[in-house]
Design a protein. Structure first.
Length: 668
């Protein structure tokens, strides 16, 4: 029996390694299609490329499923135990399917028990993976009606996730087999909808690894109810965010929505803030009648939520009617708009029919922002769902031009198409690119081309792999940036790469936008003037308790006081903007933006040898990856303290250097 298990493990390992190798050509296809779309294609050609992209993404998803499946079967799946916001994850997961759902006319709704601990311990990535797999299936197999995701407490120590749909349903005799390997309920369904039959088996394996249970039952209204449970382990010593606001419990709300499910979801979110004076209307006529009655009874509604897609008279026309009637002048109007449907109606925003916009599926945080605006802030500002704020407009650091023109970058990869792909991306951003087909040649390039400031290093190469090559390159005294390029997403291996001298990891398959993000992340360091005089990256990143390493900074600027003064001034301006952006992102719990800010802060701080500030940026980045808002708040306060120390030190340095420069001029 033991020998049999060993043979199975060997076969699984061989299978997983083979599938892992398939990712390399898939990576090339994805990248080449990305480049192809940047060329002049006619409409027909663009459609062909999009079809290939779709098929390639399906293939990549299958590869990832097989790798996960093999890990589960060989019991090599590793789970994290970190604090995370389970409600935020549950609400956020619907964003991945919202546009598809609403384009089919499906009402997508998400609800949670808001009395749950905000932070629990567990593996947020795997919880998201399970939820996404099930909810994508629900949307796929629901031609019309609704999909409803709920998070609740089954008892004092168990979390229950339920995904209810009004879809095609599953015959009772086949429900228990759904979670078996490669099983699909009906061959004709598989032909129509596709899929490998692995998704639910993976979900079952992950839930089991978390000591939970998973199952399915019929929806009495037609369709299915998928559910799973995991233990509730509260994160200790991490107080929940205080979302209490001073509301007037007598404030009246009217919800105008023809979907009772969506209306009840919004009601529950208002209830969680202590607001219960809420009425409903299914259409424009009913809402106007209720509003008129409320005015006559001298109990007008303070806020009316209006669904955009109402029957007969839509939300825009209803808002116009309300605005035109002076008796309703004190009522604030908020439009409920399905994700992806606002674009074609954007011009309507210009006529200011609404005080704000809430995007469906409705989440609790946008309602919190709206209520803060309503009760705490007298200014009549437009309230938009935090998840849908146009961050590209507000946070202008994203619009900065990447400046790698004239800088030399090495691409080391044994796969010629991968080399060409990455080199093409880099050249489009203005870099001079040198290519190496293995680790030995990469080392040779560093020995003979000292102006190389950045290396994209494939991990698995013949003759000498990327890890050994990076070690030898660091032994040569190379101080530039080394990016590990790998299809492996194992966090233990990430730690190994960093310990061998690599600065960052670019996970395959990647696209042009991924390369751009890495250049944005590191351009502050590689962009410093006089590349040959840049202080070593080891010195810049060396652990230190000092806020600012002035000696390293003076080496970096080659003791040029005017340049140093200019860099400090630029850094102060940029950091002040980042601090403002970070404060806004923390309020919205915008973890993607916080990661970007952390990257930016780390890079700019390293550039001027502000090591403690760089460490703060790195910590914010890591905490944002874990959606750990409380730790980010604490780190943000520490960052403010470090910034104050830096500014005092910088002022003293400038005064000291100014007197020294002045004295030198007088002596001459």
């Amino acid at each position: 029996m033991e020998k049999s298990n060993i043979d199975i493990d060997k076969r699984l390992a061989f299978f997983a390694n083979t599938v892992h190798e398939i990712r390399t050509p898939v990576q090339t296809i994805i990248g080449m299609l990305d480049l192809l779309l940047d060329t002049n294609l006619n409409n027909e050609q663009q459609e062909y490329v999009r079809q290939i992209q779709f098929s390639t993404n399906v293939l990549l998803a299958l590869i990832n499923d097989i790798l996960d499946f093999s890990k589960i079967k060989s019991q090599q799946i590793s789970l994290e135990s970190i604090p995370y916001d389970v409600i935020a994850i549950t609400e956020r997961i619907v964003d991945f399917v919202s546009i598809e759902a609403f384009s089919k006319g499906i009402e997508l709704v998400v609800d949670a028990d808001y009395t749950l601990p905000q932070l629990i311990s567990g593996d947020p990535t795997r919880v998201q993976q399970i939820l996404l797999n099930i909810i994508k299936n629900a949307v796929k197999f629901t031609p019309t009606g609704y999909v409803h995701l709920e998070l609740s407490l089954k008892d004092t120590s168990i979390l229950l996730f339920q995904i209810t749909d009004s879809g095609i349903g599953i015959p009772e005799q086949k429900q228990q087999e759904l979670f078996n390997d490669y099983y699909q309920a009906d061959a004709s369904t598989a032909r129509k909808y596709g899929g490998s039959g692995l998704g639910l088996a993976i979900c079952k394996g992950l839930v089991k690894a978390m000591n939970g249970t998973i199952g399915v039952r019929p929806n009495p209204e037609g369709g299915s109810i998928f559910w799973f449970t995991i233990p509730l382990i509260a994160a200790h010593n991490l107080p929940a965010e205080n979302t209490a606001i001073a509301v007037n419990s007598k404030t009246r709300f009217l919800i105008v929505d023809d979907s009772p499910l969506a209306a009840n979801s919004l009601r529950r979110k208002l209830n969680s803030f202590g607001l219960y004076d809420i009425e409903y209307a299914e259409n424009a006529e009913q809402s106007l009648l209720k509003m008129q009655t409320a005015v006559e009874q001298k109990k007008p509604f303070a806020v009316v939520f209006i669904d955009m897609s109402l029957p007969k008279v839509n939300g825009w026309h209803l808002a116009w009617e309300i605005k035109e009637r002076k008796v309703f002048s004190t009522t604030k109007r908020y439009l409920l708009v399905s994700e992806g449907q606002m674009g074609e109606e954007a011009k309507m925003k210009l006529i200011n029919l609404f005080d704000g916009y809430i995007y469906k599926p409705i989440k609790r945080n946008p309602i919190l922002l709206l209520l803060k605006d309503l009760f705490d802030t007298p200014d009549e500002l437009e309230t938009v769902a935090a998840e849908n704020i146009d961050t590209q407009t507000i946070f202008d650091t994203r619009n900065e031009t990447i400046s790698v023109h004239g800088l030399t970058v090495l691409v080391a990869d044994d796969h010629p198409l991968n080399r060409k792909l990455l080199a093409t991306f880099l050249k489009k951003f203005g870099a001079n690119v040198i290519e190496a087909e293995n680790g030995k040649k990469a080392v040779s390039c560093i020995m003979h081309v000292p102006e190389i400031v950045m290396i994209f290093m494939d991990v698995q190469m013949p003759e000498m792999d990327g890890i050994e090559a990076s070690q030898k390159i660091r032994e040569l005294g190379y101080t530039g940036i080394i990016i590990a390029c790998t299809a492996n997403n194992d966090k233990n291996d990430f730690a190994l790469y960093r310990n061998t001298g690599m600065n960052d990891i670019l996970v395959k398959p990647f696209k042009q936008v991924d390369v751009k993000e890495f250049l944005e992340k590191w351009h502050t360091v590689i962009e410093l003037p006089a590349a040959s005089k840049i202080a070593t990256l080891d010195a810049l990143t060396a652990p230190t308790n000092s806020t600012w390493n002035q000696k390293d900074f003076e080496n970096t600027i080659d003791d040029n006081f005017l340049l140093g003064k200019e860099l400090i001034e630029d850094y102060r301006k940029q950091t002040a903007l980042l601090m403002q952006q970070a404060e806004q992102a923390i309020d919205r719990k915008d973890f993607d933006e916080l990661r970007r800010i952390g990257h930016k802060l780390k890079g700019s701080s390293l550039a001027i040898s502000a090591t403690a500030l760089a460490q703060c940026g790195e910590r914010i980045d890591e905490q944002a990856k874990q959606s750990d808002i409380e730790s980010i708040r604490k780190m943000f306060h520490a960052l403010k303290d470090e910034l104050t120390i830096f500014e005092i030190s910088a002022d003293k340095w400038q005064k000291k250097r100014f007197h020294r420069e002045t004295s030198s001029m007088l002596d001459n």
